[in-house]
Design a protein around this ligand. Structure first.
Ligand code: DQA
Length: 151
């Protein structure tokens, strides 16, 4: 069975490339997804990419991934600071999540300094811009190997 990862992005991340480039950079979500796909192909993994601006759609995807994927790489966007429902979905599914934020949320406004996802994630990659997603893939590989899920 191929290792399968869900690359999940939350609200406003569809705007990457043009959205506050000084904060989030100029790389588009499509380019990020492609770079993760390239890595996955090299490793013989399958990556399913999904972005939504809607909390419920993100929850549906987390629930579905629980049944068919080994791990989720998740940038919850602003919902990461507010959504108990997303956190509950992760806990209910019991699926490992690596949280990603392009910006260093701890160096920004107070309301961004708290993540409801971080305590239920296996770890987080924060502040490395678009590179964070590929770093999360590396982290996923180490994590899954450590758990004996992959060789
Ligand atoms: C973000 C940080 C959040 O605070 C913000 O609401 C986003 C993007 C990041 O990737 O840096 O939408 O998740």
């Amino acid at each position: 069975m191929k290792t399968r990862i869900l690359l999940l992005n939350g609200p406003n991340l569809n705007l990457l490339g043009g959205r506050e480039p000084a904060v989030y950079g100029r790389t588009t979500l499509r380019e990020i997804e492609r770079s993760v796909q390239v890595l996955a192909e090299a490793w013989g993994w399958e990556v399913v990419c999904f972005q939504s601006n809607h909390e419920g759609m993100l929850i549906d995807r987390i629930q579905a991934a629980t049944a068919d994927s080994q791990l989720i790489i998740f940038n919850p966007g602003a919902y990461g600071h507010t959504s108990i429902a997303l956190r509950d979905a992760i806990v209910a599914g019991g699926i490992p999540v690596i949280e990603v934020h392009l910006s260093n949320i701890f160096a920004r406004e107070d309301f961004r300094r708290r993540s409801l996802i971080a305590p239920v994630a296996v770890g987080a990659i924060i502040g490395f811009g678009a590179d964070g997603y590929r770093l999360a893939m590396e982290a996923a590989r180490h994590y899954l190997a450590g758990k004996g899920v992959i060789a």
